[in-house]
Ligand binder design. Sequence first.
Ligand code: FE2
Ligand code: FE2
Length: 507
Amino acid sequence: MVTRPKKILCVDDDVLNIRLLEGILAGEGYGIMSARDGETALRILEEGDIDLVLLDVVMPSMDGFEVCRRIKNDERLRHIPVVMLTALTARTDRIMGIRAGAEDFIHKPFYEEEVLARVRMLLKMKELNDRLTGAYDTITHILAYGKKTMEEFNPLHFNFSATLEAMIGSLLNRSCGSRSAPRAIFIGTHQSKNRWSCRLYRERTAPPDAWVQSFPAGAIDSVAPSDTLPVYYGNSLSDASSEISATLEAIGEKMGEIRNFVLSRGDDLCVCALNYDNMVSSFEASVLNSLAVQVLFLNNLSRQTRETGEAFAYTIHALARAAELHDQNTGNHTIRVGEYCAALARGLGIPEHQAEALRQHAQLHDVGKIYVPAHILRKQGELSRDEHSYIEQHPVLGAQIIGGHPRFAMAKSIALHHHEHWDGSGYPFRIKGEAIPLDARITAIADVYDALRNQRSYKSAFDHDTACRIIMEGNERTSPEHFDPVLLQVFNKISPQFAEIYEKLHN
Ligand SMILES: [Fe+2]
Ligand SMILES: [Fe+2]
């Protein structure tokens, strides 16, 4: 384990006293720095990681009390213990030193044993204090990250892996150089039947190692209180109890050497921090527990978001299928239209989450046909003018069925406008060009392609090449002027994907 030697700053205008202190302390492996006056001492303190100050009282220009006061009034320095070097008889010096904030006193003349005992005790105190402060800072950071996640939470775009990666990455990078910080963090989430999805995050490396591995699932400490996760820690692998040794071995295969570990494990989640520079203790265990609880929270949020998303997709599909009940479209028309729309959107370079939303929402384009009498939808031969006008109401009726919920805004817009034509010859509003929402322009091409591929009362089914030719060149019912010319180009380029979708979802 590599640990930095503790640094002690000796401040005394008498060089003989400095030499004396150096002689006493050098044998203990401490790094010694010295200053002959207060200004130099404060400059050195601002520059480096000083762990302890031995400070003479009587010095030219700035005395030791003033130096001590300045250290204790500085937010960045006040945690460094100060020992004042006073004459045994100078009682008033001791009182003034206490007022200035000094932690301890060493009497002149120096006795080696006394100097070493006090220095060791104060360095130990500082180390514990540093670890406590570090733990507090890390817990605060984790809580702040949780708050930020909640404030920015969007169920439509929530990405568990990315959120987790950002949180762990910020923790590891933030604690780089800190002695009370791990070099790597492992997160395992239980998938099914002892299969765990594993990620190992290391300092400054992205993305993490990711793999799937088997080790036993289930809580491993039945005595742990139910509102916390059991935490284990150890300063060598031999400290690992039998319940967690398999997990640590799995991590060790990726990690290489494991010097120490803190591991928290629940039914479905394992969080393990590895290779701290210092020995690990209950401090590190408390911090890791906070992290584990936060990861557990994100994991639950992710699962619930996924389940809600699946329920949403199912509802859309069920409603779309209900609308198809009396339609002459062959089965899966709505699903195919959704897939064509997503393919066109991707071809157009629309972000994936929007293409995916379009795939779902376009399925509702004909939901207004629920209101169209079955005998009209199933009629063989040409429709009368009245029957036509009935059918032409389905976009407005569809929009009414979908209603005003913001999450269905895209579906509503598609239902309302998917029969509008680029040249203004469509219905219900005869709007043209970019006045027609893009999602509806995309759906229009998808809908016409699928109608051409299937048999209708007024036409037979066309093959892919014929359907494409009609869309690109027109026939007695369809004209290329009906479609957004940019989308037509994209369609022309990616039309083999339409053929694949049709073949796959034909029945
Ligand atoms: Fe329609
Ligand atoms: Fe349709």
